[in-house]
Design a protein around this ligand. Structure first.
Ligand SMILES: Cc1cc2nc3c(=O)[nH]c(=O)nc-3n(C[C@H](O)[C@H](O)[C@H](O)COP(=O)(O)OP(=O)(O)OC[C@H]3O[C@@H](n4cnc5c(N)ncnc54)[C@H](O)[C@@H]3O)c2cc1C
Length: 383
């Protein structure tokens, strides 16, 4: 259990050397990025910043050289991720591809799609979005209605996709979507007959429309498919196995440190504003920092499981649920400690305002609290 044996707070020396390198890079690369923009954390996206990270070998860090990866350890990758999140770096453009799309393609299409697409992810040239949720299907993903049907015409053997996806984060800047659709008829086994495809976002018939979130920002979208044709070799893995494949993808999606490090700017602002002689502030902020420390150990454990090829579905659900709880409490803690005194327009006030509007989504995106707790209960044989 490599991940679980790490001394709390300490990582091996090569990781700390890398941490220093990442911090030096961030100090220069983010010098002109104001705190207000850092609040966006991994929702912030800059293709140029992603390419700078790629140039340093910080995308696809653990992946095999065969796909352009850098074959570094999962702990080294973890250090880069936590430093990026702590700094509020605009990592959103490549995040999904690095976290789950690349691993999915390498696992289920290792000789067909992965050799073509994954090296471009590593170079920061291919960004991805996730096409799972639909207007009437979020938690109950098996009920999706989007369909792909086989069609052979002058373009060759392929599939035609029709349907609608919703809440698709980053679709407006992605080069590809990995879409989950129905390819078989509904049957008693609700999980049968689903498949995943790689879709080029420039394909005719595919339309991306913005959905503005409650922060007033354009982050997610509605994506419609009207007779969108994809070649046969864009089927990922095996036809009809989409449900099992999505399960593997969700384990990647739920397992990272972003599940408890999305509000780092608010914590840093609170620590800056705190009075060391105020016991109430010391207690409340000490508690948050202690929670962060515990979540970090648990999250490292999950990263270790992934590195060993184990399925971390239940522990990842636990870390994501607990991470969301801690971060969702932070705006309230900030208001209780500083609310009456904070001046409008200060970086603390901006961070409080941003987090207040952002945190409700933390227990929705990537799986709702109730769904995660169902997974945990199942893992404990309680249901
Ligand atoms: C910021 C953000 C980004 C997102 N990005 C993406 C993306 O990139 N791609 C993508 O595909 N999706 C994305 N989503 C969608 C997200 O995955 C869904 O919102 C989520 O799965 C919930 O689905 P729903 O909104 O349809 O809610 P519903 O499934 O309708 O749930 C509504 C409520 O009912 C509860 N509920 C539902 N079923 C059960 C049950 N069986 N037992 C107990 N309670 C239940 C839920 O917990 C929830 O509280 C994003 C969402 C957010 C908020």
């Amino acid at each position: 259990m490599q991940g679980l044996l790490i001394e709390p707070g300490h990582l091996p020396p090569e990781c700390e050397a890398l941490r220093a390198e990442v911090r030096a890079f961030l100090a220069e690369a983010l010098v002109d990025v104001p705190p207000a923009r850092r609040n966006r954390n991994w929702s912030g996206a800059s293709p140029d910043f992603s390419r700078q990270m790629a140039a340093r070998g910080w995308i696809g860090m653990t992946w095999p050289r065969r796909y352009g990866g850098h074959e570094r350890s999962m702990l080294e990758r973890y250090v880069v991720l936590e430093e990026m999140l702590a700094a509020g770096a605009p990592v959103g453009a490549h995040w999904v591809a690095d976290r789950q799309s690349g691993p999915l393609l390498m696992r289920f299409s290792p000789d067909t799609l992965a050799p073509r697409i994954v090296p471009r992810i590593v170079r920061g040239e291919a960004f991805f979005c996730i096409g799972m949720s639909e207007p009437d299907s979020g938690s109950d993903l098996a009920s999706i209605r989007s369909r792909a049907e086989r069609r052979t015409d002058q373009r060759g053997e392929g599939w035609v996709i029709n349907g609608r996806k919703l809440w698709t984060s980053g679709a407006h800047r992605a080069h590809y979507m990995i879409v989950l659709v129905r390819t078989g008829e509904r049957s008693a086994n609700r999980h049968a007959g689903l498949s995943q495809f790689l879709v080029d976002m420039t394909t005719p018939g595919l339309t991306v429309r913005p959905v503005i979130n409650q922060l007033g920002e354009h982050d997610f979208n509605e994506v419609t498919f009207d007779d969108v044709w994809v070649p046969d070799d864009h089927l990922i893995g095996t036809e009809g196995q989409g449900w099992q494949q999505v399960g593997a993808e969700l384990a990647f999606e739920r397992s990272g440190p972003e599940r408890y490090l999305s509000c780092t700017q608010l914590l840093l602002e609170m620590l800056d504003a705190a009075d060391a002689d105020d016991p109430r502030q010391a207690e409340a902020l000490g508690r948050v920092v202690a929670h962060y420390g515990t979540l970090r150990q648990m999250s490292l454990g999950v990263a270790g499981m992934l590195a060993r090829g184990e399925n971390p579905a239940q522990p990842a659900a636990l870390v994501k649920d607990q991470g969301a709880l801690v971060e969702q409490a932070m705006p309230e803690i900030a208001h209780a400690l500083f609310g009456g005194r904070v001046r409008p327009g200060t970086t603390l006030e901006q961070a409080m305002r941003y987090a207040t509007l952002a945190v409700p989504s933390f227990s929705l995106r990537g799986g709702t609290r109730e769904i995660l707790r169902g997974i945990i209960a199942k893992g404990l044989d309680l249901r």
